[in-house]
Design a protein around this ligand. Sequence first.
Ligand SMILES: Nc1ncnc2c1ncn2[C@@H]1O[C@H](COP(=O)(O)OP(=O)(O)OP(=O)(O)O)[C@@H](O)[C@H]1O
Length: 251
Amino acid sequence: MTEPLLQIKHLRKAFGALVATDDVSLTLYPGEIHALIGPNGAGKSTLIKQIAGNLAPDAGEVWFEGRDVTPLSTVERARAGLGRTFQISSLAMDYTVLQNAVLGALGRRGTVWRFFRPVMRDADLRARAEAALHRVGLMDHAHKRTADLSHGQRRLLEVAVALTLNPHVFLMDEPMAGLGASGSKRLTGFLDDLRHEAPILLVEHDMDAVFALADRISVLVYGRIIATGTAEEIRADPLVREAYLGAEDAA
Ligand SMILES: Nc1ncnc2c1ncn2[C@@H]1O[C@H](COP(=O)(O)OP(=O)(O)OP(=O)(O)O)[C@@H](O)[C@H]1O
């Protein structure tokens, strides 16, 4: 049987008395989109942060490509191929679109900021940045200031920045947020293709996108996964309907 690329084993994280991640285990297999859904405050972002390495778990392990990466830093995990797009914009607004993409590609080498100018003349980094911009359809805007992009274009740039590192797995935290109907449709089509290159663990509130894209869905409520299954299985699950989807179904 195919091995999972990413395996989360019994993760736990508490903030004081609040258990934000409560014995969470999940897997991500090659070629799949595994969506993580749940009400506000369920612990989705806290979980993604522990997988990406921004937050240390109290217990449990993160395995990536067959090894335990729990002791590794965010940068080490990113270099190993664990790619992440952020919920909160991490782009440098005063820099151009291309400069942001080059900065992303630079992350892989771990070179520091003061070398920024020569870096813009580095043919390999530039080529990688331009290829990523081309893939998300932003090459025509390469020399625009990032601040002058629309919200949807900035989200695409975040995806392009993640792409520059050629990740083996994507962690995406609400990529559709604020995109509007046409923007999310476009990004949905893009992610649909992208999964074949690198599987995606997708945290997303846009249920149309989730049910259209996800091969499997896990539902997180109060820090615990209450169900994992296909879109049909999740829709039909009585626990999920009661805890989460019920209100929407009734509407
Ligand atoms: N650094 C922190 N210190 C204390 N409590 C925290 C911290 N980070 C998150 N929490 C709490 O942990 C719980 C889970 O939060 P988290 O942001 O992971 O949920 P979420 O499912 O991502 O929510 P949303 O859908 O609104 O983004 C919440 O009750 C939140 O208030």
